[in-house]
Structures are given as C-alpha cells and as structure tokens.
Write a protein that binds this ligand. Structure first.
Ligand SMILES: [Zn+2]
Length: 246
C-alpha cells in the first residue's frame, strides 16, 4: 500500500453507503482515480465542501496494488468552481465533458496534456453561449489525443491535399472526399467554413477558440455533430451531450 499525492480535478461523486461517497478525480499525475471518501456524507465531514464537482484540489490517497478503488486520505481545496457548478447550463456541459473523459481515459493512466486541456476548457467559457464551442473543443481534442480524429487535410480516396477553399464531402468512415473523387454516397457536405472551424480547434487555445467561435454557431454545431458520431462509434453507444440537457 502506498500513499500518493497529486493535484486533481473533482469530476463527480456518488453515494456508496449511508455515510460514504465514491469520488471520481482526474489527477495530474495518475490520470482518472476513483476513491472512497469515508464519512463524506456526514454533516461534519472532514472533507467539507472540497468534493464539489470541478473543484481543483490537492489529493492524497492510499492505493492497494490490486484494487482500482483507492482510499481517499486528504483533500485540500485550491480552487472552488462553486459558481460554475451551480449554474445548470455549465453543470450540464461540464458533466458531459467529465463523462467523456472517464469514458476515454483509462484509470490510473497519467495524461498531462489531457489534464491541461480540460483545465483550460473549464476556464474558457464566459457565459452560456460559449458552452457549445467548449464542448466541441473537448470532443475534437479527446478524439485527436486518442488517435481517432480523421485527417481532414487530405482526400480519403486519392490522398490529395484538399485546398482551403475547395468543396468537400464527408463519406463513410468520416473521411473527406475531394470534388474530383466525389461520389453520390456522401454523408454530407462540409463547407470551407466548417473546415476552418475544424482546423482552428486544433490551432487555438480553448479561450481563443471560444472568442473565434462567436458568429460561427452553425459550423460549431456541424463539426460537433460529426465528432459525436465518431465518439458514439468508438464507445459503441450514443452520447448524451450537454446541449440536449440544456
Ligand atoms: Zn480525391
């Protein structure tokens, strides 16, 4: 049994028994960690309000080699996001992001890039209209970091680079097809604006992307719907997005 310490984000928690809760953290050092918070449901719990969703905390826990569920020792609040978590729209969006994270990230597998990305996503939206852009940002980067993002620079049929101002269609396997290879079985059209949004998710920080996304709602929705279909394919089930909960 060893004591481990890491900065962590509280993703969610649920009841285990009359007094205890299970808390899901995304830690900077060890990836997704699920632990038992003993007595967390008691009125005078030593955890106080540190286990609120999306708080940043310093976490220490004991882990037995053969157990996935760890024993939470101490949680020290470094940043509360109580305001965010109590707004229903923000809560829905970030719960969606938290669920995607735990669906994709294997337990106890450190991913510093993903940790920095989700932390930046939490800080990016200023109001409700920014949430769709933040969700798209997370969906696309999650797919990219897990190796599932299709290459939309090239035509999936002939391999030629598709020009920024060239029309393209999306075909099976979520590949793009250039105008020359164009067939009738395309799933849909991808406009040059849509592809610009797709490129800029990858080029900009979450904050800059949110800024850029204003006035581009249709393209954000279009690309997000494609990302959700890819995610559903990877997970083998549909995903309920924060949008549909709002
Ligand atoms: Zn082609």
């Amino acid at each position: 049994m060893s004591l481990k310490e890491s900065e962590a984000l509280v993703i969610k928690s649920y009841n285990l028994s009359e007094a205890d809760r299970i808390v899901v953290f995304f830690t900077r050092e060890f990836g997704v960690v699920r632990g038992v918070a003993k007595g967390a449901k008691r009125l005078k719990s030593r955890f106080g309000s540190t286990l609120e969703p999306f708080s940043t905390v310093n976490l220490s826990y004991f882990q037995k080699d053969d157990r996935e569920l760890v024993s939470i020792q101490q949680v020290e609040l470094t940043r509360s996001r109580f305001g965010t978590a109590s707004d229903p729209a923000f809560l829905a969006a970030f719960s969606y992001i938290g669920d995607l994270l735990t669906d994709f990230a294997p337990p106890h597998d450190a991913d510093e890039t993903l940790y920095r990305m989700i932390t930046a996503c939490l800080a990016a939206p200023e109001n409700e209209r920014d949430l769709s852009a933040v969700q798209l940002y997370f969906e696309l980067w999650l797919l990219r970091l897990s190796g599932y993002l299709p290459d939309w620079l090239r035509c999936g049929s002939c391999g030629r680079t598709i020009g920024d101002n060239e029309a393209a269609t999306i075909v099976s396997g979520f590949q793009l097809q250039c105008g020359t290879c164009r067939k009738s079985y395309a799933i849909g059209e991808i406009s040059t604006e849509d592809r610009e949004v797709f490129r800029n998710v990858q080029a900009l920080s979450p904050q800059d992307f949110v800024e850029y996304s204003h006035g581009r709602n249709d393209s954000v929705a279009m690309i997000s719907s494609v990302m959700k279909r890819i995610i559903a394919g990877v997970l083998g089930r549909e995903v309920a997005s924060g949008d549909s909960l709002r």
